[in-house]
Ligand binder design. Structure first.
Ligand code: PLP
Length: 331
């Protein structure tokens, strides 16, 4: 089976498992795990922020990051198909007391005019106050699209003037970095808090980081424990992340090339495929998933007429070519 349902399906390589087995560990709730500390320091440095916090999932990273900017009863503005709005099961409302309003953009991009129009400053007992704009880069459900750095700079400038915080859901920021050559720190400089995932394209079995100021991360450390996310000798997991940063970052370019190959096979313009996600609109989406599976290619639906394919570490050039041949026939 060639599994293109998601880039979360990768299995740790032998070299990664070796790095995990050899990791130095300690009790991280006591702040005594040197491998976790090294990973946190490294990722904070990559994004040019003061501190980072190792968390089990990107969803927890987003909850901690958003709540650092949005008090209960305040609101975050985001794109309508953002992961925080669609795929975190209401966590920001259920846990953070956060409300949301959304703008819509076909490529998941920032619509600064919409943000300006929606922005509600503190109006006392009349309107929900906007304290955060959230951006997803790359944008998952829009098809792995990159939010350009210039747009983020414009947003930052506006947000500074308006006194609003900026959150980045950077689950796949690595892909944006590799696709555009934009330094991670340039993205980091435009936002107050971010989350990044090690468990997607980087191929680690688990792990995400919430990134921000030392104060925001210190508070998030308390909230992580409160949510049941205080972990102990997890240097074994952090070691997988460090290994992934050393060995699996630059190779994301291969995944992007493989995605373009699949796009061509499916009649999708490869120029619109910026990273490792291909979205195909089909009235017979469910049937296509079934037929592809019967021929050894697993793809997924992310809507009634939307098929999604994601390339990753466990899809070789050969796999991508074989999958493309199957899909070209079916589509
Ligand atoms: C995967 C993903 C997350 C986090 O997902 P978890 O399954 O909670 O780790 C967050 N944002 C985006 C855009 C994602 O694709």
């Amino acid at each position: 089976m060639i599994d293109l349902r998601s880039d979360t399906v990768t299995r740790p390589t032998e070299a990664m498992r070796t790095a995990m087995a050899r990791a130095e560990v300690g009790d991280d709730v006591y702040g005594e795990d040197p491998t976790v500390a090294a990973l946190e320091e490294r990722v904070a440095g990559l994004l040019g922020h003061e501190a980072a916090l190792f968390v089990p999932t990107g969803s927890m990273g987003n909850v901690l990051a958003v709540r650092s900017l949005v008090a209960p009863g305040q609101e975050v503005l985001c794109e309508a198909s953002a992961h925080i709005a669609r795929a975190e099961l209401g966590a920001h409302g259920a846990i953070g007391g956060v409300t949301m309003r959304t703008w819509r953009h076909p490529r998941g991009d920032v619509d600064l005019d919409a943000v300006r129009a929606m922005h509600a400053p503190d109006m006392g007992p009349f309107f929900v106050r906007t304290t955060c704009v959230s951006v997803e880069n790359t944008h998952n459900f829009a098809g792995g699209t990159v939010v350009p750095l210039d747009r983020l700079r414009d947003l930052r400038e506006w947000a500074d003037g308006a006194g609003v915080g900026v959150h980045l859901d950077g689950a796949r920021l690595w892909n944006a970095h590799v696709a555009t050559g934009t330094p991670l720190a340039d993205y980091g400089a435009q936002v107050d808090v971010a989350s990044v995932c090690l468990s997607k394209g980087l191929g680690a079995p688990i792990g995400s980081l919430m990134v921000g100021s030392a104060d925001a991360v210190a508070e998030a450390r308390v909230w992580r424990k409160r949510l049941g996310g205080g972990m102990r000798q997890v240097g074994v997991l952090a070691a997988a992340g460090l290994h992934a940063l050393d060995h699996h970052l630059e190779r994301l370019a291969d995944d992007h090339a493989h995605a373009r190959l699949l796009a061509e096979a499916c009649g999708v313009d490869p120029a619109g495929v910026e990273t490792n996600i291909v979205v195909v609109e089909r009235s017979d989406a469910a049937a296509l998933v079934e037929k592809a599976a019967a021929e050894g290619v697993r793809v997924a639906t992310v809507g009634p007429t939307t098929v999604r394919m994601v390339t990753h570490l466990d899809v070789s050039r050969d796999d991508a070519e074989r999958a493309a041949a199957v899909l070209a026939r079916l589509v």
